[in-house]
Design a protein around this ligand. Structure first.
Ligand SMILES: Cc1ncc(COP(=O)(O)O)c(C=O)c1O
Length: 482
């Protein structure tokens, strides 16, 4: 596995972001007003010496930020309410420089179990709306694969899994310019099983593992269940984990692995730039430290192309890449995989020793869907829906939440991390909101030290309707303390 960072990878990223930031500043200061048309792509191309694709990229980003909207064959226009969108979170987190035991599971269960009902407005949910998935078309592939099932598939498709499904996954890596061999891939019951298997492959009880601050609560639960300690490392809301702080933590606390999300991190939504991914992989290689890379959201990008994972730069087999179809195609089918580099054999054996295999008919049905079902077309539609919903959601937060609120503006996925004014206790907000039929994910469940008391992760992956509008209004009142 190896991928060079080219100038084309890094420069346009900075340029389109700079252009998007400039236009946003003009909107916030009122130079550009609601209804105004943005300068044409041709005009900006000439005046700033940028390529048309860089300008389009900037305008897509402004659209995802909820500031502008494209009108067919006319151009981009500033939206009403654009100035109200909350300012972006800019500072990295600042966790204690320590290796600490993890004890969050009870809190996580208490909060999540209460929210697991369809009657609740699902701002705290980890899934986007099930209505965004091609259930009927998938069902046809499942039915026909179950009907024509080769009886020997129960044997053939034992771990590491169905050969055709692994080939389809390898083909998707190839389309991203990555060479991942079919025999490196282990099919699992969702990404969570892949992550857990990888964690057991590279750690022993008592070891310490680096995580981002904040991090996905299931990562903390996995550490807790395996008797591992967490080293929480400062993480930037836009660019991911701080590499200097990471190196310091490696030298000081001697972790045995890192568990990170480089693309649309849960809960922040941060996206690590390509050069930083390469630097991360180089740093970990110098310390011979495995990286468990949780990459379940990468397909949900709003930009021009799927962001490469850190795995793309791995030359030493140290990156254990984990993903699934749960977030982008079908949560309930529970199909995920690991591409665990030099640990592939250990992970496949761990799988055999724990759950033996993943359902054969579902693996085969999914392989057939990937080959002929129109996955990419579905993804294009899904990404457009999520990007649009993010913009609307950000506007509503700007409208209903108190001043002093800041929020991330991820370039993909369906989570927004909202920082409320100091003193707001989001565990209390969660309890109160739930009693009114609204779920939220309070900040402390994303941290081994139960920090981020005044933060919330909100899910914008469900279409806006009357009920969710009212729920956001209510939530705004609760976090304002009224
Ligand atoms: C960051 C992250 N990783 C992994 C998972 C689990 O994925 P799966 O449902 O495929 O097991 C989730 C689900 O919420 C997630 O948010």
């Amino acid at each position: 596995m190896s991928r060079e960072v080219t100038e084309a990878d890094s420069l346009p990223m900075k340029r389109y972001q700079a252009l998007a930031d400039d236009v946003e500043a003009s909107i916030r200061t009122g130079v550009l007003k609601p209804g105004d048309k943005l300068p044409s792509v041709r005009h900006i191309t000439a005046s700033r010496g940028l390529s048309p694709s860089t300008v389009f990229q900037a305008y897509y980003q402004l659209e995802a930020r909820g500031l502008v909207r494209a009108r067919e064959r006319s151009g981009y226009y500033v939206l009403g309410g654009a100035r109200r969108i909350p300012p972006e979170l800019e500072s990295p987190s600042n966790p204690a420089d320590a290796s600490i035991p993890v004890d969050v599971s009870e809190l996580v269960f208490e909060i999540l179990e209460a929210s697991m009902t369809r009657d609740v407005v699902p701002f705290g949910s980890a899934f986007p709306s099930p209505l965004l998935f091609p259930i009927t078309s998938l069902g046809r592939f499942m039915a026909s694969s179950a009907q024509s099932l080769d009886p020997w598939s129960t044997v053939d498709d034992l771990s590491p899994g169905n050969a055709e499904l692994r080939r389809q996954i390898a083909l998707r890596y190839l389309a991203e310019g990555m060479q991942v061999r079919t025999d490196e891939i282990v099919i699992t019951n969702g990404a969570l099983e892949a992550l857990n298997l990888c964690l057991s492959a590279v750690t022993r009880p008592g070891d310490a593992v680096v995580v981002e601050a904040p991090t996905f609560y299931a990562a903390l639960q996995a550490l807790e269940r395996n008797g591992l300690k967490a080293i929480e490392v400062p993480t930037h809301p836009r660019e991911g984990i701080d590499l200097d702080a990471l190196e310091h933590a490696i030298v000081r606390h001697k972790p045995k692995a890192c568990w990170l999300m480089t693309n649309f991190q849960n809960p922040l939504g941060s996206l690590m730039p390509l050069q930083k991914k390469q630097a991360l992989v180089d740093l970990l290689a110098r310390h011979e430290l495995p990286l468990i890379e949780d990459d379940v959201y990468a397909e949900l990008y709003f930009g021009a192309q799927r962001p490469a994972p850190a795995k793309a730069f791995d030359r030493n087999g140290l990156v254990l890449h984990c993903s699934s179809f749960s977030k982008c195609l079908t949560p309930g089918y529970r199909i995920g995989w690991a591409a665990p580099g030099r640990f592939a054999k250990t992970v496949a054996r761990e799988k055999l020793m724990t759950t033996l295999a993943t359902s054969a008919p579902v693996q085969i049905g999914l392989a057939n869907y990937l080959e002929r079902g129109g996955f990419d077309k579905h993804l294009r539609k899904l990404r457009r829906a999520l990007a649009e919903q993010q913009g609307l959601f950000a506007q509503a937060i700007g409208h209903y939440f108190p001043s002093g609120t800041r929020a991330t503006r991820p370039a993909g996925g369906y989570f927004m991390w909202v920082e409320l004014p100091e003193g707001v206790d989001t565990l209390r907000v969660h309890r109160h909101a739930l009693s009114l039929g609204i779920s939220v994910a309070p900040g402390p469940i994303f941290s081994a030290s139960r920090s981020f008391e005044n933060c919330l992760r909100l899910n914008y992956g469900h279409a806006r309707d009357e009920r969710s509008e009212q729920a956001l209004q209510t939530l705004g009142r609760l976090v304002s303390g009224s």
